[in-house]
Design a protein around this ligand. Structure first.
Ligand code: GRF
Length: 205
């Protein structure tokens, strides 16, 4: 059997996506393990989840650095130390530098069906637009905001009485399942990114 795929997960908040990955990684047949969890702020549930699981953590807060470039460089250095095969940005609320993205294959989850409703307010924007179906997208991070090649998507039907919180909660449930499924398949079968087309599977090694 292959060595498990080494994941570094980046979080900024509650970390339920991280928890789903931690739970999946508890089964050796999943094919991946979380080797470190990083955050851009202290005192968040995402870090507490990692600590409870005995996973090393690190925090790089932008305000602790004189320049954004200094923060970018420090984040790259600390992530490098854990030698990840894959970085998963799971609710991480910072854009990553091109140096970081050139160094690490990085996936991000977005709570909307890209290319619709990019940015910080995917569920709110979908609700305000009146769409009947929204969802979540897993994509390879590129220099844009939620613009990268799409790895997986899952649809979520908008209910008539949804508010932003209820819609986002249902999206998050679907998002976690999508993330766990796709990361596991990538770990076990490989991933190939050719332009905008992403393939998971035997031919993709
Ligand atoms: C997810 O919906 C993610 O797509 C969005 O923020 C949420 C993070 O949730 N960017 P959690 O921290 O994993 O619970």
């Amino acid at each position: 059997m292959h060595q498990p795929t080494r994941l570094v997960v980046l979080v900024s908040g509650s970390g339920t996506n991280l928890q789903a990955l931690l739970d999946a990684c508890a089964d050796p047949s999943y094919g991946a393990r979380v080797v470190a969890v990083g955050a851009d702020r202290e005192d968040i549930e995402g870090l507490a989840r990692a600590e409870r699981a005995g996973i090393p953590t690190f925090v790089r807060q932008v305000s602790d650095f004189e320049t954004r470039e200094g923060w970018d460089a420090s984040l790259t250095t600390v992530v490098e130390r854990f030698e990840p095969d894959l970085v998963v940005s799971a609710g991480f609320m910072k854009l990553l530098s091109t140096e970081f993205l050139d160094r690490f294959l990085t996936l991000n989850t977005h709570p909307a069906l890209c290319p619709a409703f990019p940015g910080m307010h995917g569920p709110r924007d979908a609700l305000e637009h009146g769409v009947k179906v929204t969802g979540a997208t897993l994509f390879v991070v590129d220099a844009g905001v939620d613009t990268g090649p799409i790895v997986a998507q899952v649809p979520v039907v908008v209910a008539e009485d949804d508010d932003v919180a209820s819609l986002h909660e249902r999206i998050k449930t679907a998002e976690r399942a999508m993330l766990v499924d796709a990361v596991g398949r990538i770990a076990r079968e490989g991933i190939a990114v050719e332009g905008r087309r992403v393939r998971i599977g035997a031919a993709a090694r």
